[in-house]
Design a protein around this ligand. Structure first.
Ligand SMILES: C[S@@+](CC[C@H](N)C(=O)[O-])C[C@H]1O[C@@H](n2cnc3c(N)ncnc32)[C@H](O)[C@@H]1O
Length: 285
């Protein structure tokens, strides 16, 4: 029976992933090995031999990663702002820069007691859950239309609530629906949204183009089809002075200024540390 040290297994996996064009081959090889062996990545014992069954499972996952399945879909977990969420095939993998939107949002409600917060296009629920963790006094609602995303959002919300975080209300809904969360109209302090915003036809890495649902990534010819609805929902949901932050593609910044400029004040493009326009914010006039 084949036995190899973990160091060798990881080295082979790294080679396979490098050949496949994966941008972080070492990290991903280690993450997959750690996942199969059930240890944190930092505690991989490289001198130990890997038993044949574990070796076969690692190789299977490495082959899937080489086919450019996102590593988070293979391990079943992702993390944003210290909130770990379960996710799987068909659920959007949170991206690190979405943290900027979250931090901005938490800043604007820091002096608001018992804020009402809505996360539109919630996916795994990670933004809503991060708000609920940071603000135990908040009432947080999360909306998505995808049944798979909703299943994970419900599961993640239940797990965080069982761990003591404030409960998040997860809703099935379409941001294009004028009646969405109508009972909250005029009462919301903060709307956060990381909607799909890539223009149809844009070339993306296979992780996004082949292994994410199209409706989680693409949004019409200009990428603004869902964002337009998000702005309309925010306009209705927010109380006067309430704030909204929408993530978008850097080239969409001017379009966002126009869209928000119609009903919002203090409209601003926000940059990431490398100077890319990542999200736009405004306050309901
Ligand atoms: C870019 S993902 C963001 C997920 C999550 N907010 C995050 O940052 O990880 C966009 C999400 O919007 C959802 N979505 C797309 N169109 C929608 C619509 N019209 N109404 C509600 N949700 C929508 C997709 O199902 C997907 O989960």
């Amino acid at each position: 029976m084949e036995r190899q040290t973990l160091a060798l297994v990881i080295r082979d996996a790294e080679e396979v992933l490098t050949d496949a064009g994966v941008w972080s081959p070492r990290t991903d090889a280690e993450l997959l090995a750690a996942h199969v062996l059930g240890v944190p990545r930092g505690e991989l014992a490289r001198d130990e031999t890997v038993d044949p069954e574990a070796l076969a499972r690692i190789r299977l996952l490495v082959a899937k990663r080489a086919d450019r399945v996102p590593v988070q879909h293979l391990t079943g977990h992702a993390d944003l702002a210290g909130i770990e969420v379960d996710l799987g095939d068909g659920v959007f993998v949170p991206r690190p820069h979405t943290r900027l939107l979250l931090d901005w949002g938490l800043g604007v409600v820091q002096d608001v007691r018992e804020p009402v917060v809505v996360d539109l296009c919630t996916g795994s629920g990670v933004l809503a859950l991060a708000v609920a963790r940071a603000r135990p006094d908040a009432t947080v609602h999360a909306v998505d239309l995808d049944p798979v995303a909703l299943e994970f959002a419900h599961r993640n919300a239940a797990r965080r609530a069982a761990a003591g975080d404030t409960a998040v209300y997860v809703h099935r809904g379409d941001v294009a629906d004028p009646g969405l969360l109508a009972e909250l109209n005029g009462k919301v302090d903060l709307v956060l949204a990381n909607p799909p915003y890539v223009a149809e036809g844009t070339a993306l890495l296979p992780e996004w183009s082949r292994h994410h649902p199209r409706h989680a990534v693409f949004a019409g010819d200009d990428g603004l089809a869902v964002i337009r609805h998000v702005v309309r929902r925010g306009t209705l949901l927010l109380r006067p002075g309430g704030a909204m932050a929408i993530e978008h593609d850097p080239p969409q910044a001017d379009a966002l200024l126009d869209l928000l400029g119609q009903e919002f004040t203090e409209v601003e493009t926000r940059l990431d540390p490398s100077g890319r326009a990542r999200y736009t914010t405004g306050r309901r006039g």
